[in-house]
Write a protein that binds this ligand. Sequence first.
Ligand code: NAG
Ligand code: NAG
Ligand code: NAG
Length: 432
Amino acid sequence: MEPLVVTQLLALISLTWALDNGLLKTPPMGWMAWERFRCNTDCTNDPQNCISENLFRDMADRMAEDGWKELGFEYVIMDDCWMSRQRDGQGKLQADPARFPGGIAKLARYIHDRGLKLGIYADMGTATCMGFPGTTLDKIEIDAQTFASWGVDYLKFDGCNSSPVEQMQGYPLMSKALNATGRPMAYSCSWPAYLGGLPPNVNYTLLGDICHLWRNYNDIQDSWDSLQGIIDWFSNNQDNLQPAAGPGRWNDPDMLIIGNFGLSLDQARSQMALWAVMAAPLIMSNDLRSLDNRARAVLQNRVAIAINQDPLGVQGRRLLQEKSRIEVYWRPLAHYASALVFLSRRTDMPYLYHTSLAKLQYPAGNYEAYDVFTEAVVTGLNATTELTLSINPSGAVMWYVYQQADALHYHQRKTSSQSSFHKAKQGHHSVL
Ligand SMILES: *[C@@H]1O[C@H](CO)[C@@H](O)[C@H](O)[C@H]1NC(C)=O
Ligand SMILES: *[C@@H]1O[C@H](CO)[C@@H](O)[C@H](O)[C@H]1NC(C)=O
Ligand SMILES: *[C@@H]1O[C@H](CO)[C@@H](O)[C@H](O)[C@H]1NC(C)=O
């Protein structure tokens, strides 16, 4: 056990500063290949959808040209299966030469030229989850250097094929190695997902010191069942997870699957609303070349995005689980505002839910609410005003709640220090 103890100590001494490089003060936004495109390497039969430089160039084009970039979606992230089966003569990782003939540095330039950032994938272990070359402890420095030399901006570091002891060494070491390259890179650690996601196996203080975000739980699949499992796990464990999040350190419940095959429109809104309230990374995995307009509208909802990107960076919580199978989630936001999500876990019909802000622990006062998906404004609220909301089965109603005095105050000094929310909302729909 001695080497582990030494490494742990080293981690404590030298790594509490390691990745405080100013990145990801709000949750990252972007696109990632995995959930939609998996490990499809069959470019002969499926050239449009195989993991290749063409796929990432296509997605970068769409992100730059279809309004995503302006909304904050900036990272184009590769996942497993980009690599050649062998490292090169110098022991460096290299891209599959048939699928990435231009190499990663050239792809990074293409992405940077469009004002976007490139994310890459590696695995702390003897092989990646799909069997490509892994990053064992002795390869951590060279891989970090290689990524920096290519112009990579973000690393997802997976944890297949390694032991907890190796992970305890490898994840902090990679943090240090990324910092030592001098290139600011965001660092996403899959570490906790391999340790059951909870203390005492997972030390969230340490994770927050060395990683910008981390995958806590199972991979998302293209289904409402999978999504519900993730919501339940995160909410049931929120006392451990919620305090771990903050600017530069985020829990990651995994990708947005909106625009694929598994979610209805209501379920898509539910994912967007919950990911916004959970301060989750907004990393889509879908086909931006053929997204339908309803999915696009959900993903490009400016107010949902502004709530997700709130500068306080406080993760929301599940407040209530009613017998009626309505759940209420809440997130405090800058400017004494807040977000509420009313989620229906029912499977019958739109449910009329009766509540009041006081029942949801709001103090006395005068409020207004903006309904994020219908764009309706509810005025003249006080804490005891009786509210009736109609919530579709497996759907969500999302409210941005603000104090009426603040809204007036805002109105009177339109030019000074507007929050991103106010800017977004103004651009979207002038309600104030
Ligand atoms: C490396 O760490 C130091 C100390 O936290 C930080 O100031 C610097 O920005 C980091 N550099 C990179 C490239 O991550
Ligand atoms: C968790 O990590 C932090 C920071 O590295 C350290 O101070 C703390 O002692 C660790 N907690 C446990 C229970 O190991
Ligand atoms: C709160 O608003 C309701 C109407 O929504 C009104 O009947 C009630 O008097 C108000 N209460 C206070 C304390 O202002």
